[in-house]
Each structure stands twice: as structure tokens, then as C-alpha cells.
Design a protein around this ligand. Structure first.
Ligand code: ADP
Length: 492
């Protein structure tokens, strides 16, 4: 076992080629609890060289793993789901300790990932190609899907368990080998945990590798993923700025990257909406996990006839959300991930207010937490109006009709998730067709995912899709194979 679980003595190791190892140069850093500031563990500060070794281990494991029968891959994923479930309490508490996740959000993650693994067990048996009619007599032509080789996976800290699991699951289930780079904020719950669980589940050595690194030192590892020719695909979940940088380097190396980036997600509330449902949906979409979800509802666009009552009720609900220690089960708003994040969120709110935005609820930091905050009349030239603000802050915009709602919703460079609350599903469908977003939920808020759904965004929110059959397209290569029965004539 790699890890001593007694809090004060926890010392993590990287997972390379089936071995638990320190950083090649011996460097370490301290992983901090965002609420208490206590040291959660000492973590290897891995380097580009460690990433290279991990990639070579993954490449060495590829021939065996890619030819493993589906029944073996299926069994590993089914066992991984069970092992994970047997560690529920420990992992929910580690999610609170490493990432400030509330009990509710920890349990949500623990519910999602076993389902993801069980569906991946089925992906091992997906049809892997098609027969394509050929005009050459006697020829049989096929499009065969083959695993690509080594996949580099870069995951964030916010929904650490789900997003790291998602980054390795379809690639592994489809016969690829993987090097995972978790965020420096969640080295265990967003990375090393999978080394432990998949080893116990029977995954062969080298098929999964996990490289950790110190804060601010992700760049060289990302560069190694993009530049090392053994890595055939990269998937990245994180901010638009970082994803853009990674895609530029990958592009120079003609390497495909799946990018799941930020969002500035609109929730549209139409005049015919059920008031109580709309208020509850908006509060959940905006404030779950203190708004640190790529799908969080950042703008609530409401039609004028119900705007006054809706805004009043939402402001009241926002002001009543309990803020504090994520270990207390009724806490809704836990800490932001670190001091820098807290300063950014506070700075964006202050700037918007100084330029004329109205503060309807919240607006203050309480220790490491930021209160659930509702703004109105956010000026278009404020930072909040143009950039994703990763915290518990949402802005209300009042519109005259559905056309204006759609115009406002699309007036952003992002395009990840959106929601439309209406009593008329047909109207909802017609709006859904006009929204520039990868995900639209009618009569639901923006924060929602299921393992089998095509998850991803458009515009600055990225490209490519995780989930279900879309993942097969992402993590396999389509190869054209022909078989000529007999001979065919050649002109010379
Ligand atoms: P956030 O600021 O919200 O953490 P990031 O996009 O910086 O968002 O982080 C998402 C993931 O990207 C994390 O695993 C982080 O370590 C990683 N990352 C940060 N900078 C780079 C980089 N230059 N290349 C590759 N990955 C990076």
C-alpha cells in the first residue's frame, strides 16, 4: 500500500509502471486542506522526466493491455466499482479535506463514479467497426476501431473524483494505456486513488500511471504529453486559458486533444415557469460546490413578468445558504480551493459593484469561504461579465422576451451548459435549438451529468466529447482495412 492514512503522517508516492515512487529528483510539496489550512499530505513534486518515464511505462504496457480480452477489462472495471464503493466514507472525507467538497458533493461524486466504471465495463464489448460497401469486386472493406496507444490525461481539482475518473475510464476500457496528471490541489482524490483501486482490481502494471507535481509546475508535464511522440491523444479538463495553451503545443505536434474547458453558463427562466421550482433550480445550479463547477449557472436570465418576485425569492434563498466547514453535513458553501481563488472571486465582485452592479445577497469572504452572492445589473465592461468566475457568484439579467433571452445567453465566448425553465416544453425545445452550447437542459438547471451522455462544449468551452459512444470516437483510431478475395486486375 502506497499511503499511510494517518492524517499527520500521510506521504504520497507517484504511480509509475506499477511502482509507488517519489519524484526522480526527490522533490516534494505539501497538499493543504483549503478550509483549515492544515497539511493533508506530502506529495512528490514530479518533473518532465517523471512524466517521460510514466509515458514509457504506458507505452511498454500497451501491447499486452490492448490485446486483453474484453471479459478481462470488464471484470477489472466491475471490481474497481466495488472497491471504490467499499471506501466511500474515507474518500468522501478526503474530498472534503483536499478539495473543500461538501458532504453532499462528495456523495454525489461517489454515486457517479461507480456508475461510470460499470458502464465502462460494457464499453469493453462495444462493436469496434463496420463493413463498408466497396466497388471493387471481391473486396471486403472495413472501418476498424483500434485503441490509439498512450493517452495523456490532465484533470482538475474541482470535481476531483469524477473528472479524473472520466479522464482515464474510456481510454482504459477501450484498450489504451494512460498517464494521468492530477491537479496539484487534488493529488490523491483526483489521481493516486486510481492507482490503488485499479491495482487491487487487477489492472496490469504500467497500464495506468499517475504523475504528481508541485503547484505551478504543471507546464513541463503538459509539454511532455504534447511533445512526446509516444502519447497519441490528450484529454484535458480545466480552464480555457490553460486548455488553449496546451492545444497550441499539441497542435504544433499535430496531436488530437479533447478539451473540456470553462463555461459562462446561462439559466433562462421564462415567464411561465413554476416560481418555487425555478428558484430552487437556480440556487442549486449557481451554488452547488460553491460555484466551482464548469457547468455552474453564472447568469440567470429571467423574463420580466416574473422577474421581481423571482429575484426577491432567489436573493432570500441565497442569503440563507449555510457557509463554513464542509465536514458539517448541512454546509452548502464550503471553502474556495485556495487563497488566490478567493481573491479573484472577491476582486471580480468588488470590481462589478464599483462599476454599478447591485449586490442582492452575499458579497463577502468569511475566512476561506466566499458567501453565496447574487448580483444584478452587472456592467458589460466588468471582468465578471466576460470571464468565468469560479466561485459562488451568479448574476441576474432581466429580459423582455425569449428572443432577448437567447441573444443574451449567446453573448459570450463560452458555450458549455445551459438550462431553460419553462412550463412549455415546446417553447423550451425551440430555444434549445438556438442556444450556442454543447449541453441544454429543458426544465432543469445547468449542473448535470451522466456517464453515458455526450458531455462537452462549443466555442471557448472546448471541443470533443466525454461519455458513452462519443468517447469511442475520441479514444480509438478508425482504420480502413480491406481484404481482397482472389485477385483484381491492374492496368500495367
Ligand atoms: P484552475 O486554475 O481552475 O486549477 P487549470 O486549467 O490551471 O485550472 O487546471 C486544470 C489542470 O491543468 C490541472 O491539472 C493543472 O495542474 C493543469 N495545468 C495547469 N497549467 C498547465 C499547463 N501549462 N499545461 C498542462 N496542464 C496544466
Amino acid at each position: 500500500m502506497s499511503i499511510t492514512t494517518e492524517a499527520a503522517k500521510r506521504e504520497y508516492r507517484q504511480f509509475i509502471g506499477g511502482q509507488w515512487v517519489g519524484a526522480g529528483d526527490g522533490g516534494t510539496f505539501e497538499d493543504l486542506d483549503p478550509f483549515t489550512g492544515n497539511v493533508v499530505a506530502t506529495v512528490p513534486a514530479g518533473t518532465k522526466e517523471d512524466a517521460r518515464r510514466a509515458i514509457e511505462s504506458a507505452a511498454a504496457a500497451f501491447p499486452e493491455w490492448s490485446s486483453t480480452p474484453p471479459i478481462v477489462r470488464q471484470g477489472i472495471f466491475l471490481r474497481a466499482a466495488e472497491i471504490l464503493e467499499s471506501r466511500r466514507e474515507e474518500i468522501v472525507s478526503l474530498l472534503a479535506e483536499e478539495t473543500g467538497a461538501s458532504f453532499g458533493f462528495g456523495m454525489f461524486q461517489m454515486g457517479f463514479v461507480p456508475g461510470l466504471f460499470r458502464q465502462a465495463a460494457g464499453i469493453a464489448y462495444s462493436p469496434m467497426g463496420e463493413i463498408i460497401p466497396s466497388d471493387i469486386p471481391g473486396a471486403m472493406a472495413m472501418g476498424l476501431r483500434r485503441p490509439v496507444g498512450v493517452v495523456g490525461a490532465i484533470a482538475p481539482w474541482n470535481a476531483a473524483l469524477i473528472l479524473s475518473a472520466r479522464s482515464i475510464t474510456a481510454p482504459l476500457a477501450l484498450g489504451n494505456t494512460v498517464v494521468l496528471k492530477p491537479s496539484e490541489e487534488s493529488p490523491f482524490s483526483g489521481g493516486l486513488v486510481w492507482g490503488e483501486i485499479f491495482t487491487e482490481a487487477g489492472l496490469p502494471e504500467g497500464a495506468l500511471n499517475v504523475v504528481t507535481h508541485a503547484p505551478g509546475a504543471a507546464g513541463p508535464i503538459g509539454d511532455e504529453f504534447a511533445e512526446n511522440s509516444l502519447v497519441r491523444r490528450i484529454n484535458f479538463t480545466g480552464s480555457t486559458a490553460t486548455g488553449r495553451k496546451l492545444a497550441e503545443t499539441a497542435g504544433r505536434n499535430l496531436k488530437r486533444v479533447l478539451l473540456e474547458l470553462g463555461g459562462y453558463n446561462p439559466l433562462i427562466v421564462l415567464g411561465d415557469a413554476d416560481m418555487e421550482y425555478a428558484v430552487d433550480a437556480a440556487a442549486f445550479g449557481a451554488f452547488m460546490h460553491q460555484g466551482q463547477i464548469c457547468m455552474s449557472a453564472r447568469r440567470i436570465i429571467v423574463e420580466r413578468p416574473i422577474a421581481d418576485e423571482f429575484v426577491e425569492r432567489l436573493a432570500k434563498k441565497t442569503a440563507g445558504l449555510k457557509t463554513g466547514d464542509p465536514r458539517e453535513h448541512d454546509t452548502i458553501i464550503g471553502p474556495l480551493i485556495n487563497k488566490r481563488a478567493l481573491e479573484t472571486v472577491a476582486g471580480r465582485v468588488d470590481e462589478a459593484v464599483s462599476k454599478g452592479a447591485r449586490l442582492l445577497a452575499g458579497g463577502e469572504a468569511i475566512g476561506p469561504c466566499f458567501q453565496a452572492t447574487l448580483l444584478a445589473d452587472v456592467p458589460p465592461d466588468s471582468e465578471f461579465a466576460t470571464q468565468e468566475t469560479f466561485g459562488p457568484v451568479a448574476a441576474v439579467e432581466v429580459v423582455a422576451d425569449t428572443d432577448e433571452a437567447v441573444r443574451r445567453a449567446n453573448a459570450t465566448s463560452y458555450g458549455l451548459a445551459s438550462g431553460i425553465i419553462t412550463g412549455d416544453p415546446d417553447k423550451g425545445m425551440s430555444i434549445a435549438h438556438n442556444l450556442e452550447a454543447g449541453i441544454v437542459h429543458i426544465n432543469d438547471q445547468t449542473v448535470h451529468d451522466e456517464p453515458q451522455m455526450p458531455f462537452g462544449g462549443v466555442k471557448d468551452s472546448g471541443w470533443g466529447r466525454f461519455g458513452g459512444t462519443a468517447a469511442i470516437e475520441e479514444f480509438t483510431e478508425l482504420r480502413w482495412v480491406t481484404v481482397q478475395s482472389g485477385t483484381r486486375p491492374f492496368p500495367f
